[in-house]
Write a protein that binds this ligand. Structure first.
Ligand SMILES: Cc1cc2nc3c(=O)[nH]c(=O)nc-3n(C[C@H](O)[C@H](O)[C@H](O)COP(=O)(O)OP(=O)(O)OC[C@H]3O[C@@H](n4cnc5c(N)ncnc54)[C@H](O)[C@@H]3O)c2cc1C
Length: 458
């Protein structure tokens, strides 16, 4: 196994060149897509309130600071620590520490943006105000909602979030964006080790599940499946013993397809077949867990199957945060019930035209990745400035989504797509696992996230 967590000089230069190219390529896109070239700023004295201090909220603050230079901007976010959540998978892989993924919110906060370290407890869009748990009423001229999503581990009967990390149960997703804490990476790292140790002396069964809701960071459950198997082969950093033949994986997914964008099913299937010790159970949702006897129930609408396991990785069901679900801003019915009701192109609220949103909280078909939020940031930067000026909204989001699927240590399939098609900004086939994407993701993306994206420069 080559040293995958150290770059030699030549490779570092290549990676930097590609990284630089990726930033520049954004500028070449047409106006109706996301571009880093901003439309004229609005110089009106308005009050903009942003709720949420994660990827979307922090980026919106930085971008709106530029597109509305005279506006009073208030960020309402309870988290003193900002999490780079994508990095939790690399913590599980023993390549980052959790501390690598954390920055103080105060350090990322743009100049001239006021931060209220508080939680929003209600929305009153008819009065152009929200209420927080400390200050109480906060009024606004424009509101940006970037609250992310909530996990619902308890939707699986017999489970709650406190059980993750015990009895063979892991979930790399586990974090608390409100408190700015994440334990999912370290728990999964330990879980990988436990599987390996047990496989030295016994045949074992591992399940990786994905629920029947939209999930953020799509492809993450596949990362855990593939990296887990690769660790059992002796790759990664902590052992050289190959015990993967002692382990049988089942990838149980509520969807009938392997990946949200079906075009990638064939390439993922090829990787699964290559592994030889991975079965799939598609169309089955994990509905119940008996942790004492280590049995799960997986259900379709018509039938149920029970399955024994020794270890299980759970991707939790996800939903819009309760404060939004209970508010007039939420979608009332259908597939995206509870999420923010926006026009999926302009990201403007369908009813309240002074409300915009970005990130996982949006009730739209795709876009629940950090890379999507980056595109959405550009859209709202300009569309809010246009709305302040009473002009037509020119920017349109196309559903851009990017999912780096880690097929083994040192290789990633970079799935890039929008609502209509699969593509690659780099002009390389997106269907091929590549070392280059791994190097980019591991060595460049986190730094670009904190140094450029959170400053609204990418
Ligand atoms: C394990 C994992 C792996 C991932 N991998 C990738 C990847 O490889 N690539 C990728 O692009 N994306 C990945 N993602 C997804 C990415 O992290 C999210 O899509 C992105 O962070 C969404 O940003 P957001 O602003 O919508 O939500 P978040 O970043 O989650 O921020 C939500 C914010 O809302 C705040 N908030 C919550 N409730 C309240 C309240 N009542 N009042 C005020 N504020 C509140 C929170 O404090 C938080 O600051 C991954 C995510 C996870 C968990």
């Amino acid at each position: 196994m080559k040293q995958i967590n150290k770059l030699n000089r030549r490779n570092a230069l290549k990676t930097m060149a590609i990284g630089g190219a990726s930033v520049l390529m954004l500028d070449n896109e047409p106006l109706n897509a996301a571009t880093t070239v901003a439309l004229p700023a609005s110089h009106k004295n308005v009050k903009i309130v942003i709720v949420g201090g994660g990827t979307g909220g922090m980026m919106a603050a930085a971008r709106l600071r530029r597109s509305a230079p005279k506006a009073e901007i208030i960020l309402i976010a309870p988290n003193k620590i900002h999490l780079y959540q994508s990095g939790q998978t690399f913590v599980a892989a023993s390549l980052y520490t959790q501390a690598d993924n954390e920055r103080k919110t105060s350090e990322l906060l743009p100049d001239n943006v006021k931060w209220l370290c508080e939680s929003v407890i209600s929305f009153e869009p008819k009065e152009n105000s929200i209420h927080t748990d400390t200050t109480g009423k906060v009024s606004y001229d424009f509101l940006v909602v970037a609250l992310g999503v909530e996990y619902d581990y308890s939707r699986i009967k017999g489970l709650n979030a406190t059980m993750i990390g015990q009895d063979g149960i892991a979930s790399v997703y586990l974090n608390d964006t409100i408190r700015g804490r994440a334990s999912g990476g370290d728990i999964t790292k330990e879980w990988f080790k436990q599987i390996h140790t047990k496989a030295l002396t016994a045949d074992i069964k591992v399940i990786c599940s994905e629920p029947d809701t939209q999930v953020k960071g799509m492809g993450t459950s596949l990362d855990i499946l593939f990296l887990g198997n690769d660790i059992l082969k002796g790759n990664g950093s902590f052992t050289k013993n190959d015990v993967h033949k002692k382990v049988k994986f089942t990838y149980a997914k509520a969807d009938e397809t392997l990946f949200a964008m079906q075009d990638f099913d064939d390439v993922i299937k090829k990787e699964l077949d290559k592994a030889k010790n991975i079965d799939t159970l598609l169309g089955y949702n994990l509905t119940e867990i008996d942790t004492q006897n280590k049995i799960v129930t997986l259900s379709t609408k018509e039938k149920k199957v029970q399955m024994k396991y020794d270890f299980i990785h759970i991707t939790p069901a996800m939903q819009a945060p309760k404060v939004l679900r209970d508010s007039p801003l939420a979608i009332k019915e259908g597939k995206y019930k509870g999420y923010l009701a926006v026009n999926k192109k302009t990201l403007q609220h369908l009813e309240y035209k002074n409300v915009f949103g970005l990130g996982d909280v949006l009730g739209i078909p795709l876009g629940k990745t950090g890379g999507s939020v980056q595109k959405q940031g550009v859209i709202i930067q300009d569309n809010i400035a246009s709305e302040i000026e009473g002009q037509k909204l020119l920017r349109e989001y196309d559903g851009y989504t990017i999912a780096p699927i880690k097929t083994k240590f040192g290789e990633i399939i970079l799935a890039e797509f929008n609502e209509e098609r699969v593509f690659s900004r780099f002009g390389l086939s997106p269907y091929k696992p590549r070392w280059l994407w791994w190097e980019l993701d591991l060595h460049l993306v986190k730094n670009a996230y904190f140094s450029l994206m959170m400053r609204g420069m990418m």
